[in-house]
Design a protein around this ligand. Sequence first.
Ligand SMILES: [Zn+2]
Length: 337
Amino acid sequence: MDVVFDRGVYLPEVGLWLDALRKQDTSVISHAHSDHTARHRRPVLTPGTRLLLGEYLDRSEPVELDFGQTLDFPDCTITLYPAGHCLGSAQTLVEIKATGERLLYTGDLRVQPSPINEGHQPVPCDVLVIESTYGRPDYVFPPQEEAIGTAVRVVAQWIEQGAVPVVMGWRLGKAQEALYHLLSAGFRVACEDSVYEIAQRYEQAGVVFPGEYRPGNGECREGEAMLFPPGRKSREMVNRIKPERRPVRYLELTGWAAGPGVKPWGRGRPGDASLPYSDHADFNDLVAYVDTVRPRQVYTVFGFPDLADHLRRKGYSAIHLGKNATEADRAFQMPLL
Ligand SMILES: [Zn+2]
């Protein structure tokens, strides 16, 4: 089955777009991160993703599809399954009517459990289109509890030293997970306003955060942890509101902290500390996922081509579809044993 990757995944045989970045008549939106969305006329998405996207889709006619519910198209049906990446994130199973083939598009995938997301579900398929954000053997994350435990100790230490501790995580998903873990550890937390608003939407979806948190754009209080998205704007804002003479310390939670040359204490990353914690699958999780769903053809998208190389060596027919794809990525394919 042909799979085209061109600012989204397109299946020409059935005329279906998945995560198209240009406006389409109909496209699945796998989850609410902006690198997977556009204002389609009829976006197909889960109620959780719809809730997170809010007014972004005001001019669209969204088609909400619960996990496990099937939507009929002329040449295929689609069913959404949890992807575990953030609230509402979905894998899409496309079943082709003419051939009976099953194509699974993972979108962004997270295999490890999260306290605030629907847990991922492996979906057996014939053709797998899988993300490879961390699809390079360097990116193997330690157990989540380890990164969280270290983060909690570091933040407590900074508070004790009189510093303003700022935890950085992407505003949608990662930040709310960090919020959950910080509250579980007993911290009071002030969130950057957009992080706070998105946490409120998680609550609307039924997520219960284990403690008190507040919007934090206006003021920095003694003894609190601050939770902000990464980036220059956050640093400028924290510098504006921090009390005089209190130093600011930044702790970054990101899968890139597992990369070569990165040291946990500030070398190679923008924070004072960087800990490997991600809402994506790491390399081993991705390979294990492929082994679980047993496709006869794999396409990798969004990340490193190394995952496809590795899968070919394991005997899968695997192709990396990406801007940097070369003929070499397509070579040496072996049939699945
Ligand atoms: Zn994402």
